[in-house]
Ligand binder design. Sequence first.
Ligand code: ADP
Ligand code: ZN
Length: 621
Amino acid sequence: MAVKKEDPKRSRARLIGNVLLLIGAGLLIINIFLPNLFAPPVARVPYSLFVHEIEEGHVARVYIGQDQITYQLKGVTPDILGDVISTTPIFDLNLPERLEKSGVEFAAAPVQKSGWFGTLLSWVIPPLIFVGIFQLFSRNGGGGGAPGGLQIGKSKAKVYVEGEATKTMFTDVAGVDEAKLELQEIVQFLKTPEKYTKIGARIPKGVLLVGPPGTGKTLLAKAVAGEAGVPFFSISGSEFVELFVGVGSSRVRDLFEQAKKQSPCIIFIDELDAIGKARSSGGMYGGNDEREQTLNQLLTEMDGFGVDGTTVIVLAATNRPETLDQALLRPGRFDRQVLVDRPDKSGRLEILKIHAAKVTLDKSVDLETIATRTSGFAGADLANLVNEAALLAARAGRETVLLEDFAEAVERVVAGLEKKSRVLNENEKRIVAYHEVGHALVGALNSSSGKVEKISIVPRGMAALGYTLQLPTEDRFLLSKEEIEAQIATLLGGRSAEEIIFGSITTGASNDLQRATDLADKMVTSYGMSKVLGPLAYQKQQNQFLGGMEMARNVSPATSEAIDKEIKSIVENAHAKALAILNANRDLLESISEKLLETEVIEGDFLTGLLSQVKPAEVNV
Ligand code: ADP
Ligand code: ZN
């Protein structure tokens, strides 16, 4: 790191600050100790003893001061006075009378003349000290966010106004084509805001980039700035939330102030969930005030800008959009969501091409083979992989990176990843493929829950290993008994496929089973769809004090048993139905699954074509 040269003006100001500080401290010490420094040492006695000595007639003269009474005793010879003694006065109205009676010479001490200097100093010094401290720190820490010093409240946002040479562009990001397409529009907004505002269109203020870590959310945000040629402010949500209450919100204010000066520009907030978590999640233990204030400030700022003709677009990244406070997602705030998912095979190939261009590859290296072997890798993992391979080649003293280097690097990266997230081995991948196709085939016969749009075995998030996406073709508010039964069958389709093909079942289906059971439970206890139990509601009691935890049903043991039996029979019937459908379409199950293993994702018209071949099955239950 380069040593920062200090601006001479700044160092002079700091010197002045230091000197002021020293003078102030010196004067303060003098002010406190001066009066006592030159005063003769006196013996202090309790007031009661003083009174006693007056009454005994030992006291010659008394000075009554504001906070001290000094007196002298009669000496051995009457004209030589004895020791000076002091006592602390108490509120005693009888004192003058008592002194007079005893014939003591007494006087009230004059208002301390020497005090004016001290009084003056005590007024002047504290402000001076503060001015000194302020000067010291503001010179130290200010000046556009120099590191170190006192920076409370200053935004830590890093500003990149990227030079032409280092610009990040959309071509640097691969495998996330849909996200790029959606962000293309943001680039247009930033480039020519007038075009939109002129006809009265509202430019979006916030875009949420949703996806697992390392999939290129930061990179995309930078690319948007790069494409539009605007400054890029970047800060992480966790940096807003500090120890001191109020610091986060002042940072937000500062950040937006800076950004507005550079409009049009982009603010990128990484880890938005650090500040944007739903406010109720604090529960009965009380919310996190600091985070809440920061969040409120962010909302205020987002509501505020745009009216003054500035174009600031906030891009924020999160891995868990469902935990975000609903207020953040309202229109005019982060009302757009862009999914940045882990790349599929062809996406990985594109990403590998980008990163492999930076190293010297041997002719034997086929990036496609590597893309096939790296299922579940995010963009950052692939970048890491290329680098690892290059390091291995360099360590072996080679000029070019060989396929073996990649093979070894894959193992290293996988070993690291397995601890962090899910990367499937070949066998697991097979099971997941059949499982997902099982859902899709059963789902294809069940139009009420929507059309099967996409099957993927690219792991997504922490829980799902693969997924089948069913999108509704129309808004549905009412579902018939048969439709719910079909949905339960679809949920069980995954597990049923595993049973048919592998003869065994894995733990991967547990979420499906939970959802299937919940649906069956609702049919019986909420919708009154069971013949045995009739049209009665047997919902579980919610305990609002335990965070909505469900409590036991308020029914007799016999009814409870009947409910359980009924739920079980619904789920078992659906299971039988799913098995029947899959058995009737076994060839299709195998051919689609093998195809899926190859491409990892099947979607669109191609998928529709495949699924239109599914034959219904006769089930007698
Ligand atoms: P995120 O913000 O989603 O956690 P980053 O954007 O920080 O991920 O990604 C880290 C690095 O990984 C990037 O700088 C880039 O080198 C690489 N990378 C990630 N995703 C991609 C991608 N889709 N295309 C190319 N490189 C990527
Ligand atoms: Zn499943």
